[in-house]
Design a protein around this ligand. Structure first.
Ligand code: AGP
Length: 615
């Protein structure tokens, strides 16, 4: 969750580190800090609050030097205080370290170090890590040129838990060390400089050449060289990969918030998700990286989706789409539950994990568990080279472009688009006719324009948001494939506006949540499907009879009578395979405007982080 950047080169490290850190702030933003090495002692600034405050502090503290590390924190062990923020410096002033992850056995190590006289300044597991390196460093042979690296290696043998770390040593002005287990870490190879980061976005303005560390690897960046080894000191030749991100894609431009920018980028994002992925006869989809043949796919008799949060909602839509168009039974599991639940699975099950970041620890663990059991696995994710992408047997990249806003928007609709294409592909391998395939592809090709049309509701949604911005509770109702969209609408509203919201299947409301209905609890109804229109009208009547204000989302050709609803947002008519994408847009805009009108920090909501890399 936390963001890490390290720098070693010929230039002043501080501005480079802080620029990288700003781009990582979406990973966590409780507190931040930087340390550099000057004349064999550390210069450090750290504080609670945002990176913008750290920039001012580091300039006031005159943090300088050409070697340094920095960190933006999402608290796990210990409250949000200056003492608990990273970097940490060891008891003897020799080691400075930043860390992303959780050390599970930190208490026993802390006890041991205390018995040797070490005094701790913070409540964190990270300070324990830092002091253990210093402890081993003091014991290593002083004349060894690999003394620092060896002390890190020795420490890792005693550490249980997850980590991505960047470490510097007061005696080693030419060396930056990193290691990973369960938390991402990459090396950036720039011109006369090397960088370490937990995420490509931190270094993209300096280089597009990167090396991904694998779990159990350490890296020493020294004298312009990248020395990659495993815990047991086996060397690995760095495999340099080229990142094809455009830096402008992750800039805010004229938008006030990343979330709004990303909502408006959706026509382009889904275009990129679909590019080159239709069959030559335009009756099906095709995917390059599945690593599973059509013959093998025909043997699959069940699909299990695993994901977290918004990606889990996308899986629920995938269930409707695949069962409807491909007639393959689908199950959807929370990745965090699947990893510890010994669910009996049929041998012909295909396990598909979804993750925007490709680094969510629970999704990664679910993937590993499925692989361990011998299932074929696929990953749908938006981050080229991410851990999940590399671990899965095959996959589909979303190509939606970097998503910075913590509340996922374009990554979600891009996942829905890919799932719709997957339903088409699997359907065409089975019983979906050529003609149905042609109509399906035609619908998908129209999707970017239809999203553009739908985005024209922005002003109308703003008016609705102004009317309801002070509500304390809100219900989102939908049926069938609109139920996951209701869940997603409620999640969006909760996470950025802090309004209590629930998503429910519209007819299920009678079995409990109807007790919540009152005039202070607006109800948002996704009344978009013509085939169940009458049923949805009945559900709305039930709510209306109990006095709740009703905001309906309906399609052009099936609007609801004005006297039935208080407010109505109209989206274009479309093929059922893409309806979930269009219906998501009013949900996104409504939560964005409400949060903004309430003065909430839309892109960095409290307590959240973009990528959840701890359990
Ligand atoms: C989305 O708005 C959320 N912030 C969150 O639920 C997110 O979708 C979840 O943490 C999964 O992330 P991933 O797609 O990167 O795995």
């Amino acid at each position: 969750m936390c963001g890490i950047v390290g720098y070693i080169g010929n230039r002043e490290a501080t501005p480079i580190l802080l620029e990288g850190l700003k781009r990582l702030e979406y990973r966590g933003y409780d507190s931040s800090g930087i340390s550099t090495l000057v004349d064999r002692s550390f210069k450090m600034s750290k504080q609670t609050g945002r990176v913008a405050d750290l920039v001012r502090l580091a300039s006031k503290d005159r943090v300088s030097g050409t070697l340094g590390i920095c960190h933006t924190r999402w608290a796990t062990h210990g409250g949000v205080t200056k003492e608990n923020s990273h970097p940490h410096i060891s008891f003897d002033g020799k080691i400075s370290l930043v860390h992303n992850g959780v050390i599970e056995n930190y208490l026993s190590i802390k006890k041991f170090l205390e018995s040797t006289g070490v005094e701790f300044q913070s409540e964190t597991d990270t300070e324990v890590f830092c002091n253990l390196i210093a402890y081993h460093y003091a014991k290593e042979d002083e004349s060894s040129p690999t003394r620092f690296l060896d002390s890190v290696r020795r420490t890792l043998k005693h550490i249980e838990g997850t980590y991505g770390i960047a470490v510097i040593c007061a005696d080693c002005p030419n060396e930056l060390v990193g290691a990973r287990k369960g938390s991402p870490l990459i090396v950036g190879i720039g011109e006369d400089e090397l960088l370490l980061a937990s995420d490509v976005s931190a270094i993209i303005s300096r280089t597009t050449n990167v090396v991904y560390l694998n779990d159990g690897e350490l890296v020493s960046l020294k004298d312009g060289k990248v020395n990659l080894t495993t815990w047991d000191d086996q060397e690995r030749t760095p495999d340099i990969q080229q990142i094809n991100w455009d830096i402008e894609e992750s800039e805010l431009g004229d938008y006030p918030h990343y979330m709004l920018k990303e909502i408006f980028e959706q026509p382009e994002a889904v275009t990129n998700s679909m590019r080159g992925r239709f069959s030559d006869d335009r009756s099906s989809a095709k995917f390059g990286g599945l690593n599973i043949s059509p013959q093998e796919l025909r043997q699959i008799d069940r699909i299990l989706f695993c994901a977290c949060g918004t990606a889990w909602h996308a899986c629920l839509v995938g269930e409707y789409l695949i069962e409807r168009y491909a007639r393959i039974p689908v199950e959807v599991e929370y990745a965090s539950e699947f990893r510890y639940r010994n669910a009996p699975l049929d041998k012909n099950t295909l396990v598909i994990v979804l993750s925007q970041s490709g680094e969510t620890i629970d999704t990664l663990a679910a993937l590993s568990e499925a692989k361990r059991k011998g299932f074929r696995t696929l990953a749908i994710n938006n981050s080229v080279g991410s851990t999940i992408a590399r671990e899965a047997d095959g996959g589909i990249y979303q190509h939606a472009g970097p998503e910075v806003g913590v509340a996922s928007t374009k990554a979600f609709t891009s996942q829905l688009t890919i799932l719709s294409m997957l339903a088409l592909y699997l359907g065409r391998l089975r019983d979906l006719s050529y003609q149905e395939g042609i109509e399906y592809v035609d619908a998908l090709e129209k999707l970017p324009n239809l999203i553009g049309e739908t985005l024209k509701i922005n002003d109308a949604v703003l008016k609705v948001a102004e009317k309801y911005k002070d509500m304390q509770d809100c219900l989102f109702l939908g049926r069938q494939d609109m139920f996951p969209i209701a869940l997603e609408g409620a999640l969006k509203l909760k996470e950025i506006s802090y309004i209590h919201a629930e998503g429910y299947p519209a007819a299920e409301m009678k079995h409990g949540p109807i007790a919540l209905i009152c005039k202070e609890c607006p109800v948002i109804v996704l009344a978009t499907q013509p085939d169940i229109h009458g049923k949805l009208v009945s559900n709305i009547q039930e709510v209306k009879a109990r006095g709740a204000p009703i905001i309906a989302v309906a399609c052009e050709s099936t609007p609801l009578p004005d006297d039935l609803v208080d407010d109505q947002i109209i989206i274009p008519d479309c093929h059922r395979s893409i309806l979930p994408v269009l219906a998501s847009i009013p949900m996104q805009l409504l939560s964005y405007h409400i949060a903004n009108l309430r003065g909430c920090d839309v892109d960095k909501p409290r307590n959240l982080a973009k990528s959840v890399t701890v359990e």
